[in-house]
Design a protein around this ligand. Structure first.
Ligand SMILES: [Zn+2]
Length: 353
């Protein structure tokens, strides 16, 4: 069975059990053939159950898409029915392909999975949620890449055995957040265990490989929701704070400060990802403005940054042992998003709400 149908009512395209001919030889060939947000359904051995996986919600995060193409080409029969959701086909197709997170002037699709579903991205998010409701999956993954390099991790709004078991198909780190942004992972609130998987960097072959291996585990096991069958012990990091750079501040990545930037970080600071940094280990240097150029944000509230970081002789140290992650060495992301996330070395929040 190999059918393509377009539904005008909800602007999604459907591929049922796509053949190698439909898929093309490479993921790029397949992407060329996709016209818009696409739903792929593959019949499983047990047709009474369904598992769902979304990917390409961000058009520049291809690991899940590459993994799906490879897995579909192998024409495997999954243990249960599979529902795959490819939401960000439009931004992914803009040349050079797989470089745009969202359409120019468009909204971030992964902020649109909530009322009022405004605009084109809201309509796509709404249509994808309808698919999920119809399919009633036993669980849902949303597969992404991080902007820098670095190890894989999972993100969830719920931390229980099922969410840890799903995480363990891909990684041993789970970040639990109480923030609600309209991300697809908030589908967890519908009593469907849902985990976002961040596979590592978008350009990283390890990330693509991990996405594929995780997908094989996800589709081939009779049970993916029991912790006793987990691949790894999962470390849970709760409610990280974001450390942000003030809008007017300047940053440089250098081995030594030039004295010109408000903040200087070493170029290899990404190696600190998920490691414990003790209070006597320097993270970088600040200029004359000291720590006033940094903000610590938890739950959309500004916290006292001096409880996270301290300065001695122009060098920045953790105020207490911390675990930092999603550390960026991209100045544009450092300016527009955040420098890094942090929790206590134990994985507990730095600030209790
Ligand atoms: Zn993403």
């Amino acid at each position: 069975m190999d059918t393509v149908t377009v539904s005008n009512s909800n602007r999604l395209e459907y591929l049922n059990d796509p053949s190698p001919q439909t898929l093309g030889r490479s993921p790029l060939e397949w992407l060329e053939r996709l016209n818009g947000p696409t739903v792929v359904r593959v019949a499983g051995r047990d047709r009474s159950r369904t598992r769902a996986m979304a990917t390409l919600n961000h058009g520049n995060e291809p690991s899940g898409f590459f993994a799906l193409h490879r897995w579909l080409l192998e024409q495997r029969t999954p243990e249960v029915n599979m529902l795959f959701l490819l939401g960000g086909v439009y931004p992914a197709k803009i040349p050079p392909v797989l470089t745009q997170r969202q359409l120019p002037g468009g909204r971030d699709l992964n902020r649109c999975f909530k009322e009022p579903f405004e605009g084109d991205e809201g309509a796509i998010a709404h249509a994808l949620l309808e698919e999920l409701r119809d399919a009633n999956p036993e669980c849902l993954l949303d597969v992404h890449n991080t902007s820098g390099t670095g190890p894989a991790f999972a993100v969830t709004i719920t931390n229980d055995a099922a969410h840890q078991a799903l995480t363990s198909l891909f990684t041993d780190r789970l970040i639990m957040t109480d923030l609600r942004l309209g991300a697809l992972m908030e589908y967890s609130e519908q009593e469907v265990p849902t985990v976002t998987i961040e596979c590592g960097g978008a350009q990283d072959d390890h990330a693509h490989e991990l996405a594929y291996e995780g997908l094989v585990r996800y589709t081939s096991r009779a049970d993916v929701l029991s912790l006793e069958k987990a691949d790894w012990d999962v470390a849970v990091l709760r409610n990280p704070i974001r450390v942000e750079l003030a809008p007017e501040a300047t940053i440089e990545y250098r081995l030594e400060p030039t004295g010109l930037a408000d903040l200087t970080l070493p170029p290899d600071i990404e190696h600190r990802n998920f490691g414990v940094v003790s209070p006597d280990e320097p993270l970088g240097w600040v200029g004359k403005k000291g720590l006033s150029i940094l903000n610590a944000i938890s739950h959309n509230r500004t916290e006292n940054v001096t409880q996270v970081l301290r300065v001695k002789d122009g060098q920045v140290y953790p105020a207490q042992a911390i675990k930092a992650f999603m550390i960026t060495t991209n100045p544009a992301i450092a300016k527009s998003d955040c420098l890094f996330y942090a929790v206590k070395a134990t994985g507990d929040p730095l600030f209790e709400s």
